[in-house]
Design a protein around this ligand. Sequence first.
Ligand SMILES: C[S@@+](CC[C@H](N)C(=O)[O-])C[C@H]1O[C@@H](n2cnc3c(N)ncnc32)[C@H](O)[C@@H]1O
Length: 291
Amino acid sequence: MPLLRAGEAAPRAPAADTPLLADAASLLSERDFGTVRQLIAQYAGIKLSPQKRNMVYNRLQRRLRARGLSCFGAYLELVQREDSDEREAFVNALTTNLTAFFREPHHFELLLAHARAHAAGQSAPLRCWSSACSTGEEAWSIAMVLREAQCAGSVLATDIDTDVLNTAQAGIYRMERAAALPAERLRKHFLRGCGANEGLVSIRPELRQMVRFGQLNLQSPVWPAQEGFEVIFCRNVVIYFDREVQKKLLARFADLLAPGGLLMVGHSESFPSAHPGFRSCGRTAYQRVGT
Ligand SMILES: C[S@@+](CC[C@H](N)C(=O)[O-])C[C@H]1O[C@@H](n2cnc3c(N)ncnc32)[C@H](O)[C@@H]1O
């Protein structure tokens, strides 16, 4: 059994949102919290509710420590400087990255059927986009389904958060993250670590060839990738955006998605139902209509 490379990035631990202090309010003033909310909305489109003060305190106080700062005012000044080298870490600290392999499995069943039909009908690769891929489980799950459907395809996997992208690209996970997968899937798509890498699994090279990672802010006016897609996953991210941002995003997805293509959204998201270019084709799944 091949060994994973020594020193490979360890999977990122989930952020703890439980307050470290009983009363974060005394250390993160209302004013500074207001500035944080305004900045993260501006940089990432993320709406933070007023109830997130403890969460913000816990996540950002680590950044203050890393930068050797003792107050939030000075930290926020640093974040707002032109060409600030802290802005990326600020955004990374405030994103919520919960994900899993084959999360919301109905989407992958639909993808399997779509990929099989595509493979039977044409030889062009099926182009898929995991547009808020977090630590990569969604993108790798898409690639696994394409292989299982024997469908040639590619996956673009993007996120705003550069920390999660590093984990995603490393493609190495604790065994527990993949433990719920059927044994056949595990065997087919992962290598098991041994020795010093016991307890880790690594994505097989065949899948790695299919997936490309990159940073992309969904609300930035220009996206580097302007290619078309047959399948877009945009799950559990627009829930943080306001309606106007959601609407604009949807219009851009409609432009990028080939007729008959699929858009998968998160379990509590229904934003495409309002757009005439999409019709519902299953639970939180939409098909691009028109030519
Ligand atoms: C809860 S995770 C969802 C992961 C995956 N799509 C899923 O459903 O399992 C949300 C992801 O959206 C990303 N995100 C937040 N704002 C974003 C933005 N403006 N552009 C791109 N990604 C963003 C976060 O970094 C995070 O990794």
